[in-house]
Design a protein around this ligand. Structure first.
Ligand SMILES: Nc1ncnc2c1ncn2[C@@H]1O[C@H](COP(=O)(O)OP(=O)(O)OP(=O)(O)O)[C@@H](O)[C@H]1O
Ligand SMILES: [Mg+2]
Length: 236
């Protein structure tokens, strides 16, 4: 069943056209990788899906509902949450406070407490750190806080923008394990990664973006076997 259906999506920053008509689909409980070089338009694609960047053309549907011109808050209410590139935590706020920022659309205290309980199980290491300032954590720990903050709204679709960027190998492995766990619990994921090998290991399917266009798409196995993908993104 199709969860997210993006058709002909375009976006621009002033005169700079960043997306030139992207078609992309995510099925229910699927992990989809989005690969591409710096400046290809990966972050813009995610930001446009959640309404942080206004689309100049095309449509976005979530489970058959048109969400093409929603605000980021409305996108969260519809069930799509973006975990942004560079984590974007508030360094002077505690871990717990940062996670609660992601819950600002959750009005009911009981619902919030139930979700925090789920997160405490999923991120046991963050429980000990709840009162620590986010800015004092390691990069990997900060990434975990950013993912927890995105999950507190209980998205149907989680958009992860470069979650392993700058992390040590052990933490990259931990993020990969977490993405699989999140997906196993029923959440669909779009995983934007420079680390194509890792992304295609986790994902069911993938899309390659080049200059704001989808150049190649297929199952992870197809992309891993694709000559162009191997040469440009998998280091030969
Ligand atoms: N706020 C902005 N203002 C103007 N141009 C922008 C802005 N953000 C991105 N761009 C431009 O849009 C294009 C796509 O950028 P985007 O950040 O989406 O790429 P990306 O694939 O996420 O790259 P990276 O791998 O470096 O994160 C680039 O040419 C970039 O310079
Ligand atoms: Mg980016």
């Amino acid at each position: 069943m199709t969860l997210l259906d993006v058709r002909g999506l375009s976006a621009a920053y002033g005169d700079v056209q960043a997306l030139h008509g992207i078609d992309l689909r995510v099925d229910k409980a699927e992990v989809v990788a989005v690969l591409g070089a710096n400046g290809a338009g990966k972050s813009t694609l995610l930001k446009t899906i959640v309404g942080q960047v206004r689309a100049t053309g095309g449509t976005v549907q979530l489970a058959g509902v048109d969400i093409s011109s929603v605000s980021p808050d409305q996108a969260i209410r519809h069930g799509i949450t973006l975990c942004p590139e560079g984590r974007r935590l508030f360094p002077e706020m505690t871990v717990a406070e940062n996670i609660r920022v992601g819950a600002h659309t959750v009005k009911d205290g009981q619902t919030l407490e139930r979700r925090m309980q789920v997160l405490r199980h999923m991120f046991p290491k963050l429980v000990d750190r709840a009162r620590q300032l986010a800015g004092q954590l390691s990069g990997g720990e900060q990434q975990m806080v950013a993912i927890a903050r995105a999950l507190v709204s209980e998205p149907r679709l989680l958009l992860l923008d470069e979650p392993t960027l700058g992390l040590a190998p052990k933490m990259i492995h931990e993020v990969a394990r977490l993405v699989k766990l999140i997906n196993a619990e029923g959440t669909a994921v779009i995983l934007v990664e420079q680390n194509a090998k890792l992304a295609l290991k986790i994902a069911d399917r993938g899309y390659v973006l080049e200059n704001g266009l989808v150049s190649t798409a297929g199952t992870s196995a197809e992309l891993l076997a694709n000559d162009h993908v191997q040469k440009i993104y998998l280091g030969g």
